[in-house]
Design a protein around this ligand. Structure first.
Ligand code: HAM
Length: 437
């Protein structure tokens, strides 16, 4: 049997690869307006980074990480030898931990400096059970802002995310922005204890996973999709009733700024997100059509303690990531037309083989002038060359035959209007340039 792509991965075929480029360009264009610049970190990091950064009790770290082993270390592992902690590597399940590691390692936010505003795009890996909108390799576009804790940073990033969705064509009516505050290290421990006691009181009605969670991370019970658990969690204490004064003020300021910008949102006190690094603001954008249960097309929040977790100085941070594949599914469901594959400005057609060398030269001259240009390489008849030009969506066809060549010219045909004109060969690149570039 022919070898197929691994489960939970997809090939981006040319049409879609082109859209991925367009998607990234649009994000870069929007995020640049807010001062974000590109960063690119490795796809593999020390496993310890994710354990410390994301949290050992999260599903992402405890169940979904792909380990990456060199041949040498695999052999060591198989023979029962120890692999040094530094050599234990994992494929990144998300981008935040790696970016924060890079910021700390390269001291990108020295004391008193302006915040570092960083954006990235690329593949992430999670060994989840594949289903619609859930893959094992997926692409994220994300931003991280380190070095500022003002609520305006949170609001600005949320506004920017919503602007991006709009610009890429996701209709406002097909998504909902949910926001919440997770509190800080001052107010969250007491709240966590409250939820733990609540879970213990309702142990009979909760699933086993939620009860295991009660011990390690009780807040994750808010994410349980089981009906019985969801019903119990509706009555659970809400974090927004237990925030300290500073967190309450920070959250209120974020909401005021969103109101001022006319961004619609729903406050959801049960939104806890699946990564342990969050403090204060968290948010998620959920799509209403096209995705079923995997409906989060983006999410993020503040993580004021993460830099310290990975060994750096206290550095507040905030960011988000959006999932490319899920956005594609929403765009498809909304019937949004995606840009077509490579355009073709000019197709050079040969009447017979005697003009091939000149046609080849004309194609090169046009390409050198920036024109997207193609010709036949399979000895097709003139008729099937026209068919090919049509298939490629060529805007013009230059017909070159012995008669034209005798005049040092070609017949340039406009494929839209069917108008034809004789044009000197040396003038073709300039003529094409005039019309298309
Ligand atoms: P996350 O919510 O785990 O956050 O992922 C962000 C987005 O990635 C999700 O909303 C979803 O669109 C997409 N995504 C996640 N898992 C999958 C999957 N298995 N298949 C397809 N798409 C998926 C983070 O990753 C955080 N690092 C976001 C962040 C940045 N927080 C602060 N800064």
């Amino acid at each position: 049997m022919a070898i197929q792509a691994p489960e939970g991965t997809r090939d981006l075929l040319p049409d879609e690869a082109l859209f991925w480029e367009h998607f990234k360009d649009t994000a870069a264009e929007v995020f640049r307006r807010y001062g974000y610049v590109l960063i690119d970190t490795p796809l593999i990091e020390q496993t310890e980074l994710f354990v410390r950064g994301i949290g050992v009790a999260t599903d992402v770290v405890s169940k979904e990480m792909f380990a990456a082993l060199s041949g040498e270390n695999l052999k060591r592992l198989l023979t029962g030898e120890k692999v040094k902690s530094k050599s234990r590597l994992s494929l990144r399940p998300e981008g935040t931990a790696g970016v924060v590691r890079a910021v700390v390692e390269h001291n990108l936010v020295p004391q008193g400096a302006a915040p570092a505003k960083l954006m990235y795009a690329g593949p992430m890996f999670r060994a989840e059970r594949p289903q619609k909108g859930r893959q094992r390799q997926f692409s994220q576009i994300g931003v991280e802002c380190l070095g500022a804790e003002a609520p305006s940073i949170d609001a600005e990033a949320i506004i920017m995310l919503m602007r991006f969705y709009e610009e890429v064509g996701i209709p406002a009516a097909s998504m909902e922005l949910l926001v919440n505050s997770m509190g800080c290290e001052k107010c969250r421990p007491a709240y966590r204890d409250l939820v733990r006691s609540y879970l213990e009181e309702h142990a009979d009605a909760l699933c086993e996973t939620c009860m295991t969670r009660a011990e390690i991370n009780p807040l994750r019970a808010f994410d349980c999709k089981k009906e019985g658990c969801a019903a119990v969690m509706e009555g659970a204490p809400k974090i927004t009733d237990h925030l300290c004064d500073d967190c309450r003020q920070h959250y209120a300021d974020v909401l005021t700024l969103l109101d001022g910008a006319g961004v619609a949102y729903t406050e959801d006190p049960t939104l806890v997100r699946g990564l342990d690094y969050y403090t204060r603001t968290v948010f998620e954008v959920q799509a209403s059509d096209g995705l079923g249960s995997q409906n989060a097309i983006g999410g993020g929040g503040r993580y004021d303690k993460l830099a310290e977790e990975v060994g750096g100085r206290p550095t507040p941070g905030l960011g988000f990531a959006l999932g490319y594949e899920r956005c594609m599914l929403v765009l498809e469901a909304a019937g949004v037309e995606l840009p077509r594959a490579q355009r073709c400005d000019l197709f050079v057609a040969c009447v017979d083989d005697s003009v091939r060398a000149q046609a080849f030269g004309l194609v090169q001259a046009c390409r050198d002038a920036g024109v997207v240009c193609e010709m036949d390489h399979q000895g097709r008849s003139l008729k099937s060359q026209f068919k090919l030009a049509d298939k490629l969506g060529a805007a013009r066809v230059a017909v070159l035959g012995p008669d034209e060549l005798a005049e040092g010219a070609c017949t340039l045909r406009d494929m839209g209007t069917h108008e034809e004109a004789r044009v000197k060969l040396e003038d073709v690149p300039e003529e094409m340039h005039r019309v298309f570039l």
